[in-house]
Write a protein of this length. Structure first.
Length: 226
């Protein structure tokens, strides 16, 4: 988590002005004692204007806000299918278990379960020391009976494949591959990654099918996202 913290100066509905030097435009922020979810939408010198995506009722000047060190992002990986999320990708079924029928302000939840294990099948046609880049198929996870979820190298990763996990069950955060970048950095990859919501998602091609495809498996085979 980023160490940048600053004091709230003014509150105007969902817009909060914070003395927050060093923060980046678009960065995700936790605001006030409740840790309300927000995003930096404007910078003016050392001050940042934050759009808060929860009610700012009872929030007061003088409380602190903390930058999280990454843009407002979503988690992409196994576990998305069959879920219902709120606007900041908090799973509603978990929210009900934690706070009942009403969403408690400042509630921090993982979008995808960290406890559930997924059966990972590696791409056996991908030898080690191969040069990989965004979209390279590392393997697959059978997410539902009809959907085989491809596990791909993230778009912002490129380099030499050093390790690839064997077939087996893995939680989301366990490393299933390692890639050595050009600068020598070794980047561990797991079954999911975060993606900034303001950044367009790259793709290789789109399938403009006239006739609907028969199964989710064929959809994933013909539509090639990164």
């Amino acid at each position: 988590m980023s160490a940048i913290k600053g004091e709230i100066i003014a509150i105007n509905g969902p817009l909060v002005t914070v003395q927050l030097p060093g923060v980046h435009n678009g960065e995700q922020v936790r605001v006030g004692q409740l840790g309300l979810m927000g995003e930096v939408i404007r910078l003016a010198g050392k001050q940042a204007t934050i759009q808060v995506y929860e009610s700012t009722e009872s929030l007061c000047p003088g409380e602190m806000a903390s930058a999280l060190g990454h843009p407002l992002s979503v988690e992409l990986g196994p576990g998305l299918m069959g879920q219902i999320f709120d606007g900041v990708q908090r799973p509603l079924n978990t929210i009900v278990a934690r706070s009942g029928d009403y969403i408690a302000r400042g509630l921090t939840l993982d979008s995808l379960s960290r406890e559930q294990k997924w059966n990972f099948s590696p791409n056996n046609r991908l030898p080690l020391q191969t040069q990989v880049s965004g979209g390279t198929l590392l393997g697959k996870v059978q997410e539902t009976p009809s959907i085989s979820h491809p596990i791909l190298v993230p778009p912002d990763c490129e380099g030499e494949l050093l390790e690839l996990a064997h077939a087996g069950e893995y939680p989301l955060e366990q490393t299933i591959a390692k890639v050595k970048r050009v600068n020598g950095e070794v980047k561990p990859l797991c079954l999911f990654h975060r993606w900034p919501v303001r950044t367009p998602r790259p793709y290789l091609n789109r399938d403009h099918a006239v006739v609907p495809l028969l199964t989710g498996q064929r959809i994933l085979d013909t539509f090639s996202p990164y």
